[in-house]
Design a protein around this ligand. Structure first.
Ligand SMILES: NC(=O)c1ccc[n+]([C@@H]2O[C@H](COP(=O)([O-])OP(=O)(O)OC[C@H]3O[C@@H](n4cnc5c(N)ncnc54)[C@H](OP(=O)(O)O)[C@@H]3O)[C@@H](O)[C@H]2O)c1
Length: 322
């Protein structure tokens, strides 16, 4: 039994605002409840929703009181089982997206996780790369397959193709047998080609004047990208946005569907994604690895909007970890 007064190192926020709100400090180690495991966190993925929430946007409405621990994506080892929990064993290496949109508390040496929201870590990835996967891969999977119903032979345009969600969406669409075009700056054109997709440099020319005939557009950028994408969809096509509300007026005008979605936790989905990773069909790119106590820098980099692939925090065993 793990006592309540045992401490761990964590990154907490005591108010909303800039990166200075992120405080690396001792915090009580959580205890797993029924249907949960305790994970010794080895790495935590950083997503834009982390800094949006830190600023009081994103999913900040789900944070109540002070001392919340941010972060949703983890990879680590099962350290304890909650009462009656037998889906995993102590020592299992697992990864997951925890409790989203409620606080996930992944920026810590230990985190509890409902067993339905984790899966065995892909064997072919270390913890840093595994922590890069859950939220962006589930987002891409749900957008492409659950919402858009992407099929082999269809043409898809992915806005923000070099980002955390985008670079995994490109690979999932390729795996499905789709023809993939992605928007990137020139800096990321070769990266995108290495993933098997055609790249369009959105800084050089307006994409809507140069591209056409898509069955699916997946928008991970926001702003006016969605609105400008309606004319390049085929009749009966679909625009999926993870940033903006659907636009029924334009959808009707162009004879397409316009759908907005928010990612859902899904341990079974992660198990399927882990299988694809181990089969060599999907590989996360991690551009930057920082220590947990360098989280402010991680947020600044993510907020800069130029990350290729992912930023991951390595969670080393600190003074309180055992
Ligand atoms: N609704 C949901 O469930 C959900 C889930 C996940 C993410 N999101 C949101 O979706 C957005 C993307 O997430 P992410 O993790 O992929 O972000 P990210 O990793 O920070 O995206 C960075 C990438 O965006 C590219 N980019 C920036 N401006 C662009 C533009 N105008 N056109 C094309 N590419 C552009 C950059 O490439 P270049 O340097 O080449 O421009 C960079 O590689 C975030 O706002 C996030 O909060 C929503």
């Amino acid at each position: 039994m793990i006592a309540n007064n045992v401490l761990m190192n964590a990154v907490r926020i005591h108010g909303f605002g800039g990166p200075e709100q992120l405080v690396y400090e001792p915090a009580p180690r959580p205890r797993p409840k029924r249907g949960e495991v305790l994970i010794r966190v080895h790495a935590a993925g950083v997503n834009p929703v982390d800094w949006k929430t830190r600023q009081g946007e994103g999913v900040a409405g789900y944070i109540h009181g002070t001392g919340a621990i941010l972060g949703w994506d983890v990879s680590g080892t099962v350290a304890a089982l909650g009462p009656g929990t037998d889906a995993f064993r102590i020592g299992d290496e697992v990864f997951g997206m925890l409790r989203f949109p409620h606080p996930g508390s992944a920026y810590a040496e230990y985190a509890t996780a409902p067993v339905t929201q984790i899966a065995l870590k892909p064997k072919s990835l270390d913890h840093v790369h595994a922590a890069a996967v859950p939220l962006p891969a589930l987002t891409a999977w749900q957008a492409l397959f659950t919402v858009a119903g992407l099929k082999a032979g269809q043409r898809i345009l992915i806005h923000g193709a070099a980002g955390g969600v985008g670079h995994l969406a490109v690979q999932l669409a390729k795996w499905k047998g789709a023809q993939v075009v992605g928007t990137t700056s020139a800096r990321n054109a070769a990266f995108l080609r290495s993933l098997g997709a055609e790249s369009f440099d959105y800084t050089a020319a307006p994409f809507e004047k140069n591209l056409s005939g898509f069955d699916v557009v997946f928008d991970t950028v926001g702003g006016d990208a969605a609105e400008r994408s309606f004319p390049i969809l085929r009749k009966g096509g679909i625009l999926v946005s993870i940033l903006d509300k659907g636009n029924e007026v334009l959808a009707h005008k162009f004879g397409v569907r316009s759908v907005s979605m928010r990612v859902k936790t899904d341990g079974n989905g992660l198990a399927e994604i882990a299988g694809l990773i181990d089969a060599g069909a999907l590989r996360p790119t991690v551009e930057t690895v920082l220590a947990l106590n360098e989280v402010r820098r991680a947020h600044e980099l993510s907020q800069g909007g130029r990350v290729r692939g992912k930023i991951v925090l390595r969670v080393a065993g600190g003074e309180h970890a055992q």
